[in-house]
Design a protein. Sequence first.
Length: 202
Amino acid sequence: MSGDMPMFRIRFSAVLALLIGVGVLVSCFWLPAPAVAEVPKVKASAPRSELLVELHDYCNTPDGMTLLPDGNIILSVPNFTDDSSPGVLMKITPRNKVSLFYKLPPHPRTGKVFPMGICAAPSGDLYVADCQVLVDPDHKSRLLRVVVKDGKPMETVTVASGLNVSNGVIIRNGYVYVSESIIDAESQPLLSGIFRFKLGEE
């Protein structure tokens, strides 16, 4: 009898361990899940667009903008939708008053002007991309500089000509950059690029 005791203890221990394991497993399935605090739902208000300014009837296609140090905004208006209205530059004051800033001179070959990208130089002059591709796709677009004295436009100077689709304009570290959306319309894939000119070079 005494020789069977170790075997009995081993079997008893195994059965006990099995029962404990089954109890733990059952408790995992049957115990209720801990309560989780409900997070209140916050209804986020959708952003709403509001009319900033209403342009004049002769402004049918607004495009680029540049912010001046005095808080005024100069808005380029190429008027692609109806080019019977020449492209112009408009001024928007900090109080959202709109007025004509400058009538750009037309291209000597096409008789049209389409101001798009615009950027103010440290001197106060305005660099403007004149995109002529819709009236003449043969590289008639230009980069213009509007000379500004005491906040008033004086004259227009051609900085670069022979561009195809002159578009965006930015000034940085003494250079003016103009994006050329399409350099060669026949290229595959379509070739575009950015040209750089030193300020004052014309």
